[in-house]
Write a protein that binds this ligand. Structure first.
Ligand SMILES: Cc1cc2nc3c(=O)[nH]c(=O)nc-3n(C[C@H](O)[C@H](O)[C@H](O)COP(=O)(O)OP(=O)(O)OC[C@H]3O[C@@H](n4cnc5c(N)ncnc54)[C@H](O)[C@@H]3O)c2cc1C
Length: 322
């Protein structure tokens, strides 16, 4: 079966979640007929990388609209390719952007769309298992019609290169109506950030309401720096204005999959766990042994984070002789 995968680009390559969607799509297509859509100038430069991940042909949509994120315009480019290539499957990453673009494309072709799939079986209809309610519920669904449009939940498959040959490149210009140019990003305001980003960090030291204040994060920042990690937080913290929303982990924040997630003064609400359940290990530091997070934690320290976290940092320094 032919698969078309919508790629999200980074300044220097391809977003990891798109490579995961490619691995998922490749498996589902069951063959080498895997196409990719990359919008914007320089998309052709991705041909070696995408080829290495099993893409046979990369379609580069060029238009001045693509200098920034323009979801209806990208959706139109997807629909143009659907009409030209007749794929059986159209996939994207289950990111905010991937879900938005495929939802719009599905509306344009009047077909159903399954977001955040964790598994799929080809057939007529295609059967999917997908995450609902931030991952706290798995839904079995059937997806009728062709092509089947779906996004792949983050971190359910690994991005796995297959050492394929460089993809061939097809460049095209979608015909965009004024309506399709109306929604686009006009300005980026960069959050002040230092060190490793929350979504890429192998170690995340995260704080909840139990930190008590913005100043209460100083001990977490110190530990994160020692472990070359990033600082995260719960929504209680962003609602209180102690940290920016870019630090929030959860259903309405960033979804992460670090090697270890150190949750300090976080109760473990479902909406929070939706963002960190991809962590390989969870260490909970909490005064309450009955806190819900204990059900998901691999390790726990029952105690006041204001004492426990500095003690951990001190031990690390001692062990390193610094
Ligand atoms: C639609 C929706 C979306 C949401 N999205 C998100 C989301 O993306 N991310 C998110 O986090 N939440 C989200 N929430 C909110 C979520 O339901 C919880 O309210 C929130 O996660 C609670 O944050 P918390 O654990 O920091 O606070 P609390 O639930 O108040 O927990 C504080 C914890 O700190 C412990 N504690 C207190 N003092 C100390 C101390 N000195 N040392 C150690 N432990 C201490 C307490 O025992 C407690 O377990 C969402 C809610 C809704 C309705």
């Amino acid at each position: 079966m032919r698969a078309l995968v919508v790629i999200e680009r980074l300044a220097d390559g391809v977003d990891e979640l798109s490579l995961q969607a490619l691995a998922f799509g490749r498996g589902l297509a069951g063959g080498p007929d895997v196409h990719a859509l990359a919008v914007g100038e320089g998309g052709a430069d991705l041909a070696p990388l995408l080829g290495a991940h099993g893409v046979s042909e990369v379609h580069v949509a060029e238009h001045e609209a693509f200098v920034s994120y323009a979801p209806p315009a990208v959706a139109r480019a997807v629909v143009d390719l659907v009409e030209r290539l007749s794929p059986g499957l159209v996939l994207a990453a289950g990111s905010d952007r991937g879900n938005e673009v495929l939802a719009r494309a599905a509306a344009m072709v009047e077909l159903p769309f399954a977001a955040n799939c964790v598994d799929a079986t080809t057939g007529d209809p295609l059967r999917v298992t997908r995450q609902r309610w931030g991952g706290s519920l798995l839904e079995e669904a059937e997806l009728a019609g062709a092509p089947a449009l779906l996004t792949v939940a983050p971190h359910v498959v690994a991005a796995a290169p297959v050492d394929g040959a460089e993809a061939t490149v097809d460049t095209f210009t979608p015909t965009l109506s004024p309506d399709e140019l109306a929604v686009r990003v006009v300005e980026h305001v960069r959050a002040e950030a230092a060190g490793v980003s929350l979504s890429d960090a192998n170690v995340v030291v995260s704080g909840g309401r139990g930190t008590g204040s913005a100043e209460g994060f100083a001990v977490l920042e110190e530990l994160a720096e020692l472990l070359r990690g990033a600082v995260g937080c719960s929504r209680a913290v962003t609602m209180a204005g102690w940290r920016p929303h870019t630090d929030q982990v959860g259903q309405t924040g960033t979804k992460i999959a670090p090697d270890i997630y150190i949750a300090c003064g976080i109760s473990g609400a479902t909406q929070h766990m939706a963002g960190c359940k991809g962590a390989k290990k969870i260490l909970a530091i909490n005064v309450d042994p009955e806190a819900s997070i204990m059900a998901s934690a691999d390790y726990a320290v029952i105690g006041d984070l204001r004492e426990v976290v500095p003690a951990v940092s001190a031990e690390i320094r001692k062990a390193r002789g610094t």
